[in-house]
Design a protein around this ligand. Structure first.
Ligand code: VGL
Ligand code: ZN
Length: 208
């Protein structure tokens, strides 16, 4: 079975959102085309879903501004602007995303004491989400990953897929993804390549 994982295609990461990724909204049309014509058996999506007091928010740390480095439960942590707070418009999927086609939504980042870039587990790797179990139950053998942001949640999700789903072929769809920091995006793509993630474009998938 072939699966698609759409990472965090939410208002908060699109222009006008609280943690906007440049041109983040441009992935929506490509994601919809992949859903429609990508030949996938299973469509999954992750949703960053933070409580208002999440510890990754600079607002929760005296003297910290967004994008400063700080600490969360003893680990280095980027201090983010408040974003994707549960129940707010910022946390909703982009309004043009074909959400009816999504078979499984994995919410993440609900524990205020740890961040969760990966759709598979928290950053401290202690608590797992249900996504790996779901994909195993669906007997998925190929997983394509795309969305927002390449240098954070997309990268960590793809790397965890390689590690947690042995035997599954994992690919990153570059044109269906956008990142926060251009240097970070380059490094993320190099790291994914090195660690066994295939790098492809949507054209290669849609041409098959
Ligand atoms: C993300 C930073 C904080 C992401 C989520 O979706 O890449 N980045 N929370
Ligand atoms: Zn977040």
């Amino acid at each position: 079975m072939k699966a698609l994982l759409l990472v965090d295609i939410q208002n908060g990461f699109c222009p006008g959102g609280n943690l906007p990724v440049a041109h983040g909204d441009e992935v929506v049309a490509i994601a919809n085309r992949l859903i429609e014509d990508g030949g996938y058996d299973v469509i999954t999506a992750s949703q960053d879903w933070h409580p208002a007091n999440h510890g990754s928010f600079a607002s929760q740390h005296a003297g910290k501004k967004p994008f400063d480095m700080g600490e969360l439960s003893g680990q280095p942590q980027v201090m983010w602007p408040d974003h994707c707070v549960q129940g707010t418009a910022d946390a909703e999927f982009h309004p043009d995303l074909n959400v009816e086609a999504i078979d499984y939504v994995q919410q993440k980042g609900e524990n205020p004491a740890v961040d969760s870039y990966s759709a598979f587990r928290d950053n401290d790797q202690a608590a797992l989400t249900g996504l790996a179990g779901y994909l195993r139950a669906q007997q998925v053998s190929e997983l394509d990953v795309c969305g927002l942001a390449t240098d954070y949640c997309v990268k960590f999700s793809a790397l965890d897929a390689v590690e947690m789903l042995p035997g599954v072929k994992v690919r990153f769809i570059s044109d269906a993804s956008r990142g926060i920091d251009p240097e970070g995006v380059k490094a993320a793509i190099e790291e994914m390549k090195t660690k066994g993630v295939g790098i492809i474009t949507s054209a290669e998938i849609l041409a098959d």
